[in-house]
Every structure is written in structure tokens, then in C-alpha cells.
Design a protein. Sequence first.
Length: 451
Amino acid sequence: MARILMRAGGTPYEEVPYEMLPRVMGENLGNLVYANSIYRALMVDKDTEIVPTRYRFHYTDEEAAKIDEEYDALVLPFADAIRPGFAREFHELAKLIRRIHIPVVVIGCGLRDTYEPGGERDIILDYAAKEFFRAVLGRSALIGVRGQITADYLKRLGFAEERDYTVIGCPSMYTWGEVPRVRDTWKKVLVGCDAAVSFNLSQGSTKEHIRFVRETAKRFRDAVYLPQRGEELRLMYAGVPFSLPASEGFPMTLKDPLYLNGSARMYGDVYSWLEFLKSRDLSFGTRMHGNLAAVLAGTPALFCPFDARTRELVEYHALPHLTPEEVFAASWVRADGTVVMKDFGKLIGHIDFESHLKAHSGHFAHYVDFLKKNDLRTIYTSESFGTAEGETLHDRKVRGIRHLPPLRPILEADGAETARRLTRFHEGVFAKKTTLRHEVKQNIKKMIGRR
């Protein structure tokens, strides 16, 4: 029996109500997508148990000893974890790893930075990241990073590529092993406005990216906005205004037309999300996993990377995308304030929506090799892969879960549903964690000073 402790907010086999979802999804639905892919890969047989950490990262000596005794491995999937606000978690996880003796595997870790990286270095982050990766390498054969930008960062910290770390991309891309062929529904976009599209936005993208995505969506009669953040869920669920910093044009209140016109919806689990995306002719926007989910559904997707974390993934996986320069050139504002857009069909006419298929087999083989080097059994190398139709144990377990209908803004709810949502909200189910970054900085500074 294999028992694995995995960094995740929950399992894909749980029925989670929307009011509890922000905690389970780690404030971003994208986390569910890559966690699901790893669950599917590691769920080899009925004797495998994968236990989520619920995003805990502080453990006592007694708890560390219990982890050492009860688990066979600690698996740590990350998104853009290399960022200043993550220093405390890196520090605490390093402490845990030094106290245990089981294998520790980092499956994907990325750097948060600008599109052209190389800005001001954060000494606190550098120290915490180096401390964490050193601890991991004491329990691991190799660290998996998301792209070349992150690889270059680890090299600057003194680690060596292919000895200490290797680029594996995003685990989400390997959910099914080989990715599905792309349906040719993108052709509908070239000829008119009758295509059914979905689109997504990131609060941290530029105002030009937001304007481009929003103006493009207006061209289609059937355009659905798919938010992903916990803040957006709170906005839709209970009308709580979006409180994070955001660029001009990002929808932050229910007064925004994207919420007023009934085009916004959110899905509470990966499989409902994928099923909806199968009904779309095209997905586009700035959200990495918003579009990557479409790729997994076989739906044409157009990525608009705006920072290092999205850039390194679209480049590694050769995903169809527009560069920031192409986005900026696609629209301009007249003196009277009206926005003029280039013809979208002509803009994407040169896009190869199957570009990612060419490199995928090699990337997938490298990913499987990475897992094998870290002694993780997977469905890709096991005789118990599944039935002749390719169904795995994970697939059967997920099929038994009751999926919630999509969440729509509270504006569309009836009186009883509105009362239920507001009651739940005021009961405190949406309470958020607070990160005491100042305290974390002071603690790490003291540790640096003692060395």
C-alpha cells in the first residue's frame, strides 16, 4: 500500500459547496486542474491513498515524526510559488523536510516575475527559496520546475540544471497522457460572430490585455466569462467587491457589464469545467489554466501571456498565443475614447491551434522519466493503467461524485437562494488567511544574521 501526503487543498473525490471552495482551491481554480492531473497519475490502484495537506505548512516535531511514520512520500506541486509572499511557507516546509526521511518530490514550481524577467532581487525570497530547495534535494533525485525562466532563477541561486532540477512544464498538460486533438471549431471565429466562445481575465495583466480580451468578447453573440479567483467567487456568491489590486478595466463589482449581462459563471470542479469548455468553439484570455483547461477538453485556445509565469509555460509547451506586442497592436483608443479593434479573424489567421501537439510526446516522456527518477509509481508505467478504453481508477472515482451546477452572480438568484448565500457568508465561511509578511521578513533576517 502506498500512502502519499500531497500539497493540495482537497481531493478530486470530494463534493465541495461553493462557500467552501476558496479554501479548497487555494484561491484559484487553476490549482484544482494540476492537482487533479497528479491525483490521476499517482492513483495506481485501490491500495494507493493520497492525503491532501489542506495547504498546511507548519508542523510540530511530533507531527513531523507522524508523517515520517505514516507516509511513503511527500509530494509538493506548486504553481508560481517563487514569490515574496511565499517565503514563510518555503521556510516552514524546509523545516519539515529536514525532520523527515521519506522521499520529497516537487512536481512543478514557477517564478512570479514580469514578462521580461530580471527585476529587483528580493533577498528574503532568495534565502527562503534556496533553503527550501536545498532541503528538498536531500530527499529528492531531482526538482521539477515549470519553465526556463524558473530554471534560470535556480541557476542564479547556485543549483545545476539536470543535476538538481529539470524543466517539466505544467503537470496539467499530462492529465490524459497525450493531449486531445484540437477540434477545428476555431474556423467559425474567422468567418463571423456566431461562434460560442469563453474568455478569462487576470487582475494582474496589463490594461491593454484586459481591453483586448473584453473588446474581442463583444464581437460574439455567445461569449461566456469564466472567473477563477476566490475573490471573484466571493463577488459572484455574495456581492463582495473584488479587493485585490487590479489593472484598469478588470471587473471588480457586480455593476460591471460582465456580471450584469448574465455572461459570467464559475465551475466548482475540474470535470464540470471541462464539459462546459467542450461546448465552446474557442477559449481565449490571460488565464493560464483557464485556457489550458480548454486544451484538455480539445477546444481551441488562444493564450495571451503577460508575465513570466504564463510566458515560460506557453513557450515550453509551444501553446498557441499572442505576444504582448501583438495584443498591444490589436487595439487603440481614439481621442473621443472609443476603442478601435483590428479584425480578430485576420489577427488569429496565422495561429496554429495545434502547435502544442508537435512537442508534447517528448515533453510527456520527459515528465514520466522525471517521476520515475523520483521513485513515484504512476499509471503511465503500471500494468494497472485502466481498462481497454483507458479509464483509470481515478476516472471511476471522479465519475461517482455529484457535480454542482455552475455558480452564477447573486444578481440572478431568487430570494431564497440570496438569503441562503448571505447567511452563509455572514457565518464566516469565507474567512481568509492573513499573511504576516512583515513578521516573516523579520524572522528570516534574524536567521540570515546568525549565519
